[in-house]
Ligand binder design. Structure first.
Ligand code: NDP
Ligand code: OXD
Length: 314
């Protein structure tokens, strides 16, 4: 019974050691070596080459080594097997740290005070808004969005959220579906995007969505914080909105093209923070432990957890 590690660019030796310690009875092979295709029962993937998981007659489960699974659906020959993705407190906590950091950076005008420090300028702002005066809207109330929404609420931000299906979350005003989006946007000063990339969400952060955001407000205009996927945003529209002042600022961890091309105006925009798709990188030991737990439970006859809905794409 063999596990295929199909994550090009990742450290195969470290992953082999990690998995062997947790699942000592299994053989672990990688795409880089010859292996008997008929022996593969589980595949662990991050961005495997299209077709790499096809023709594995004993394959039972595909594990995504990330929370997002759009990389898997990019493979037209992806086998029709259950897909399990990463859901782990380690990941949610890291994402919430990043989201909270950026909400506070914009709330407390970090760029301005960094500039003042560089220029040795002592200039107070006696009209600092506080969290309670700034409304946050979180698009995506899943494993990551919910954790961030709750923690932003604890800091004093009035928080609303948007999901596909109706939800009831104490302390979070919940909106859902296409019909609920306008109401969420109209009251939002800081828009946090933690959606998956699917056919329904591709390009959702566009000029029309930005035009629906609350204008003015205590921050002087809306802020966009996107750590979902770059394909959610139409970057030309985001740049244009920043230029026109329809967006006051942005914190972006994900981009249409990654790495972000050197020519992108986002790098140098005075009100934009760029990070290299590392808002939340789950600890490899936590990912491996989750995979091992699920394999053991599955073989005891228990149902798989965190299974992707192929129709919805997440
Ligand atoms: P989940 O699947 O747990 O949550 C997704 C949320 O989005 C759900 O609330 C879902 O609604 C909502 N949603 C999906 N489609 C729509 C739609 N069309 N309209 C409205 N709401 C929608 O995902 P996670 O929270 O675990 O992760 C979210 C994304 O974060 C990942 O897919 C990945 O792309 C990204 N990510 C980025 C990282 C980074 O470092 N930048 C790290 C990890 C993840 P409902 O609840 O009703 O189904
Ligand atoms: C993920 C990511 O989806 O790291 O987990 O982006």
């Amino acid at each position: 019974m063999t596990i295929l590690f199909a994550a090009p660019g990742w450290d195969v030796a470290a992953w082999r050691a990690r998995l062997a310690a947790l699942l000592p009875e299994r053989r672990i092979v990688s795409l880089r070596e010859p292996f008997a295709r008929k022996d593969i029962r589980y595949a662990l993937s991050w961005d495997h080459p299209p077709g790499a998981l096809a023709g594995l007659p004993s394959l039972e489960v595909i594990f995504s080594l990330t929370a997002g699974v759009d990389h898997l659906f990019a493979d037209p020959a992806l086998p029709e097997k259950p897909i399990v993705r990463v859901v782990d407190p380690d990941l949610s906590e890291r994402m919430s740290e990043w989201v909270i950091m950026h909400a506070l950076i914009h709330l407390r005008q970090l760029r301005r005070y960094e500039r003042q420090q560089r220029e040795r300028v002592w200039a107070e702002d006696f009209d600092q808004p506080k969290a309670a005066e700034v409304r946050v809207g979180v698009m995506g109330l899943g494993a990551l969005g919910l954790d961030a929404a709750r923690k932003l609420g604890l800091l004093g931000f009035p928080v609303a959220g948007w999901s596909s299906t109706p939800k009831s979350v104490p302390g979070v005003a919940c909106f859902h579906g296409a019909g609920g989006l306008g109401a969420l946007l109209a009251q939002t000063d800081i828009l946090v995007v933690l959606l998956p990339l699917t056919e329904a969400t591709r390009g959702i952060i566009n000029a029309s969505l930005i035009a629906g955001l609350k204008q003015g407000g205590r921050l002087g205009g809306p802020i966009l914080i996107n750590a979902g996927r770059g394909g959610l945003q139409v970057e030309a529209d985001v740049v244009a909105a920043l230029e026109m002042g329809r967006l006051k600022g942005a914190s972006l961890d994900v981009f249409e093209t990654e790495p972000l091309p050197k020519a992108s105006p986002l790098w140098a925009h005075p009100n934009v923070y760029v990070s290299p798709h590392n808002a939340a990188t789950c600890a490899p030991d936590a990912i491996a432990a989750g995979v091992a737990r699920q394999i053991e439970a599955y073989e005891r006859g228990e149902p798989l957890m965190n299974v992707v809905d192929r129709k919805r794409g997440y």
